[in-house]
Design a protein around this ligand. Structure first.
Ligand code: G1P
Length: 294
């Protein structure tokens, strides 16, 4: 039986160039989706799946992320004095949700390189990788399913979603064999193939459960797509010596690193909130009607 997965590695060193100017002086992971920074959803998702240790891979200018998950005595004192108990409970609970550590990625050498920075912290245990651009709002069952598949079958498990073939060159893309229901076995995987060369229309999305063998594979891969060390290339190597599975899912993913999906996620989440949904729904319906009349 494989060891329990306790650590989630969250690569958060990127510059956020798809979301300028909002991300010029502010980490993209801290952009609020509705009323929470994007990265908080991801940490909450990890905690809900039983993970209690988070390693952030950061870079210069990302202190706000670490501060967000830390205690903040001045703020807590003010909230206490003002009797804002609910807000106080929220900020304290957030700092106690998981243990947060960080490591710096000094140079932007790719996702694979970012993950390799976690080797010392993770040691000889399986771990999860959660990319904070991908928000999974569908009650976080995805990661739990992936962890259960890892517990049952061992090996690594990668989240996969069907995308239109013309979009596949933004993603890692596997060739797969069916195993059981949503679980498939990856027999080949390539980073950002041209649509005509893609082995399938399944895209690797931002959730991975990995065995520590991936660190050895990462140490062996040469720079790939974009001159960067690619996690996908390490998975291809890893699949030669141990099983790499995919978990195919379809619902609830937003790429909040882009303005459009960020807006979609905020709207979808707000519509589901009893305190905001009805008014926002009426506003949107009215807006759409008026625009159509023009
Ligand atoms: C990264 C991975 C890619 C994966 C994608 C998911 O690419 O390299 O394999 O499909 O995340 O979002 P990036 O989006 O960093 O270019």
């Amino acid at each position: 039986m494989p060891a329990r997965v306790r650590t989630a590695v969250i690569p958060a060193a990127g510059l956020g160039t798809r979301f300028l100017p909002a991300t010029k002086a502010q980490p993209k992971e801290m952009l609020a989706v509705l009323d929470k920074p994007a990265i908080q959803y991801v940490v909450e998702e990890a905690a809900a799946a039983g993970i209690d240790d988070v390693l952030l891979v950061t870079s210069r200018g990302k202190h706000a992320i670490e501060d967000h998950f830390d205690r903040m005595p001045e703020l807590e004192a003010v909230l206490e004095r003002k009797g804002k108990t609910e807000a106080l409970d929220q900020v304290v609970a957030l700092a106690e949700l998981v243990k947060v550590h960080s490591v710096r990625q000094a140079e932007a050498r790719g996702l694979g390189h970012a993950v390799s920075m976690a080797a010392d912290h993770v040691g000889d245990a399986p771990f999860a990788v959660l990319l904070p651009d991908d928000l999974m709002v569908d009650d976080s069952t995805l990661l739990r399913h992936m962890l259960a598949a890892h517990a049952e079958h061992g090996g690594s498990v990668v989240a996969l979603a069907e995308v239109p073939r013309q979009n596949i060159s933004a993603y890692g893309c596997p060739r797969v064999e069916e195993v059981d229901g949503s679980l498939v076995r990856i027999t080949e995987i390539v980073e950002k193939p041209a649509p005509d060369d893609a082995p399938s229309s399944l895209a690797v999305t931002g959730r991975y459960v990995l065995t520590p063998g991936v660190f050895e594979a990462l140490a062996r891969v040469e720079p790939g797509q974009g001159g960067e060390i690619q996690l996908t290339d390490a998975l291809e190597l890893l699949s030669e010596t141990e099983p790499v599975f995919g978990w195919v899912f379809s619902e609830g993913r937003y790429d909040v690193g882009t303005p459009l999906d960020h807006l979609r996620a905020s709207i979808a989440l707000a519509l589901d909130r009893p305190d905001l949904g009805p008014e926002l729904g009426a506003f949107l319906a009215d807006l759409v009607r008026r625009r159509d009349l023009r």
